[in-house]
Write a protein that binds this ligand. Structure first.
Ligand SMILES: [Zn+2]
Length: 73
């Protein structure tokens, strides 16, 4: 029997204790976290998360607070 491929991506590190539903939600959030996001000040794609709730735009150089895990729109 072939081994089952795991479809858990970044949340795999949490093991099985959290359930698939929780982990698939986490995957979405983590994806957003790592991607560059649209800046609310210059509306260009250049915002990266610096730390929890702190965002930094490379395009206009602004640093601002928003959601801990993704930008609030
Ligand atoms: Zn900007």
């Amino acid at each position: 029997m072939a081994a089952k491929k795991k479809k858990i991506k970044a949340s795999g590190r949490f093991g099985s204790g959290y359930g698939t539903n929780v982990r698939s939600k986490l995957n979405k959030i983590e994806l957003l976290q790592r991607k560059k996001q649209v800046c609310p000040h210059c509306s260009k794609l250049g915002v990266k998360r610096e730390s929890s709730g702190i965002w930094n735009c490379k395009k206009c150089g602004k640093r601002f607070a928003s959601g801990a895990y993704y930008l609030k729109h």
